[in-house]
Design a binder for this molecule. Structure first.
Ligand SMILES: Cc1cc2nc3c(=O)[nH]c(=O)nc-3n(C[C@H](O)[C@H](O)[C@H](O)COP(=O)(O)OP(=O)(O)OC[C@H]3O[C@@H](n4cnc5c(N)ncnc54)[C@H](O)[C@@H]3O)c2cc1C
Length: 375
């Protein structure tokens, strides 16, 4: 039987992961979300659950634990997902050197020569291809589907209550105000994404500011039967995101930054749509230049039959903290931001939330205060 209450503000990826983690620890959880469903970064991201892109060993372990939860949810709720792994092709000599260094040091991937890379993905650009890194860990979901179904699964499985269309306008522990009423809880967790700071303007600057904007391009549907076979990233995506840290990585990071190469991933959803997710080191590109730069990189990586853009949008990527952040903003009120310098909330949130809640539930000033008040 649940023994204590917690309110979570925000039903994005992080809010949902926190709600689950709190419920697993026996808390009765109510989630307040200002919209009908989550709408923020969690709905409009690329959908890659990608341990490969995570920088350090502890976070990679979190990413693998989170991936297991994704699989459990997708299998149980019959939600599309594709455990397709990631392919990172190398074309330039310095890229190939880095992949070889990575292969010598890592035990969680495979170095492929050019022929083996083409066998994994027949569409990989052949011109100048030296080889590729393959990681079987990565998984694709469609956030538009998964993030809509996840709350129902959590409600059913963990008896989490959702108050949709409930904007939280004020927080004064132990109360949150929404819809003209106040609601009390022993713990209050803020996972409002970019808007967390507006709820608590005095929040310490530990929560990361918005960082580089990401450009997303939805491409035209390809010929019948076209399947990419795996998530495809350029080497720049792994060095700019600091996932590849071998000696050549910093030189390559500098070189790709100077050359204006975006860090870029190409993914294919269950319905066959192709999505390009790119970020540039230079933030002053106009939209046309950025789109052209992204498509040039796509054409080098993959021999796509049709590169026409159907839809383009940019999103600021919240999170400058590698490891995510949880700040006790007021006694009993914890503000949380997703991990990853490039935003990796989908990849790590389930395990990150479990760890944050486990730490918090050991030493919560609010718990101490409440039990003292009751005594
Ligand atoms: C372009 C882009 C691509 C990305 N691709 C990937 C990827 O492929 N893989 C990956 O792992 N990560 C990716 N990310 C990162 C990932 O999407 C984020 O880390 C994650 O979605 C952050 O979730 P969140 O819950 O913190 O924030 P959000 O998704 O912004 O959710 C916050 C929620 O809080 C609600 N809210 C805010 N204020 C209030 C209030 N006052 N009252 C009630 N509700 C409120 C909002 O309505 C919203 O639903 C990407 C990010 C971007 C921007």
């Amino acid at each position: 039987m649940p023994h204590a209450s917690a309110i979570v503000v925000g039903a994005g990826m992080l809010g949902l992961a926190l709600a689950r983690a709190l419920a697993l620890r026996g808390r009765r959880v109510v989630v307040f979300e200002r919209h009908e469903r989550a709408v923020g970064a969690s709905l409009r991201n690329a959908g890659a659950v990608t341990p490969l892109a995570v920088a350090d060993a502890r976070e990679r372990e979190q990413a693998r634990r989170s991936r297991a939860v994704w699989r459990e949810f997708c299998d149980a709720a019959d939600v599309w997902h594709d455990p397709c792994g990631s392919l990172v092709p190398a074309y330039d000599a310095d890229e190939w050197t880095l992949l070889q260094e990575q292969a010598a040091a890592a035990d969680d991937g495979e170095l492929l020569d050019a022929a083996a890379a083409r066998r994994r993905c027949a569409w990989i650009g052949a011109r100048g291809l030296r080889g590729a890194w393959f990681s079987a860990d990565d998984l694709l979901i469609d956030p538009r589907v998964a993030l809509r179904r996840l709350p129902d699964w959590l409600a059913e499985r963990h008896e989490i209550e959702f108050r949709w269309k409930h904007v939280v306008t004020r927080i004064d522990y132990p109360y949150v105000w929404s819809g003209g009423r106040r609601h009390a809880a022993e713990q209050i967790w803020l996972a409002g994404g970019a808007d967390t700071a507006t709820l608590l303007p005095d929040l310490p600057p530990t929560l990361p500011p918005a960082s580089r904007p990401r450009l997303l391009l939805r491409l035209a549907a390809q010929n019948d039967g076209f399947r990419l076979g795996s998530l495809v990233s350029n080497v720049a995506a792994l060095v700019q995101g600091a996932a590849f840290t071998r000696p050549s990585a910093s030189r390559l990071r500098e070189r790709t930054g100077t050359d204006g190469v975006p860090d870029l991933r190409l993914l294919q959803s269950g319905s066959g749509e192709l999505l390009v997710d790119a970020a540039f080191v230079a933030t002053d590109n106009d939209a046309a230049t950025a789109q052209r730069g992204a498509l040039d990189t796509v054409r080098r990586l993959v021999e796509l039959p049709d590169c026409r853009i159907q839809q383009a949008w940019t999103l600021p990527c919240l999170a400058g903290a590698d490891a995510g952040a949880a700040v006790e903003a007021l006694p009993g009120v914890t503000a949380v931001a997703a991990p990853g310098p490039a935003g990796l909330g989908l990849t790590t949130a389930f395990a990150f939330a479990e760890d944050v809640v486990a730490g918090a539930s050991r030493a919560r000033p609010a718990d101490v205060e409440l039990s003292a008040r009751r005594a």
